[in-house]
Design a protein around this ligand. Structure first.
Ligand code: 3PY
Ligand code: MG
Length: 256
């Protein structure tokens, strides 16, 4: 059983930085994996990954000293089962608004008697296709489950969500939260920033990891200061877009 280094580092309260992978490119995953991020997230919520593509991204990241995180499209029990059987140990689940939803995700990620995870690991990648005969006995202890709070309802229920045993962290989604608060496309609205700051403090006070998406380099120190310790600092698609745009602009400038 592979130790989940990300889970251990978050439990110690350490800062863990990562990137979103939305290109669905194994080459991009290899480049990101080798770059030194603590974690790389396969974003199956906002990129059209199917399960076989998630598998190939997990394979691309496997040789590197980085933790793979899978963001599910939605918190469905059967999806949890599939990605855990592929060998994912850390999940980010979007749109968790209530403690009941959080409890369902905890149950989905754990074997009986604690949970309801289906017993299929003997034929799954997660156990080396059955080579690791101890997998089922130890899998629960290495699961890292981070849920997203990204609505007013989730913030109203944050204490109850944080009290759910088995949740390692809560990730604030600034885009969805700002939309839900009436500021679509404006996560920097003062009311949104204040809500994020308070939520991050609440999450850390509960002893859990506080996640946030902060790709504005000038605000990273601020995010750290307010307590964020699981920080997405970029996304592969955005880096590529900016690099292409800059290359075109530089070439046009130099050639004019
Ligand atoms: C959001 O901002 O809504 C996210 O889910 C992650 O950035
Ligand atoms: Mg979101």
């Amino acid at each position: 059983m592979q130790e989940n280094k990300l889970k251990a580092a978050l439990a110690r309260g350490e800062m863990q930085i990562g990137t979103w992978l939305n290109l669905m490119s194994d080459t991009a995953a290899e480049i990101a994996g080798a770059a030194g991020f603590d974690w790389c997230l396969i974003d199956a919520e906002h990129a059209p990954y199917d399960v076989t593509m998630i598998q190939s991204q997990l394979r691309a990241l496997a040789p590197f000293d980085t933790s793979a995180v899978v963001r599910l499209p939605v918190g469905e029990v059967w999806m949890v089962k599939q990605v855990l059987d592929l060998g994912a140990q850390t999940l980010l689940v979007p749109m968790i608004d209530t403690a009941d939803q959080a409890r369902e995700m905890v149950a989905a990620t754990r074997y009986a008697p604690r949970g309801i995870r289906g017993m299929g690991a003997a034929v799954a990648r997660a156990s080396g296709y059955g080579r690791d005969t101890e997998y089922t006995a130890h899998a629960d202890s290495q699961i890292c489950l981070i849920v997203q709070a990204e609505t007013r309802l989730s913030l109203a229920n944050l204490d109850e969500i944080l009290a759910v045993d088995g949740i390692d962290g809560v990730f604030i989604g600034p885009a969805d939260l700002s939309a839900d608060m009436g500021y679509p496309g404006n996560p920097d609205a003062p009311e949104v920033c204040a809500a994020i700051k308070a939520a991050v403090a609440q999450i850390r006070a509960a002893g859990k990891a506080a996640g946030f998406f902060q790709y504005d380099a000038s605000s990273m120190a601020y995010s750290k200061e307010i307590g964020v310790n699981f920080m997405c600092v970029c996304a592969d698609v955005s880096l590529l877009r900016a690099a292409f745009e800059n290359a075109v602009a530089d070439a046009r400038r130099d050639l004019s």
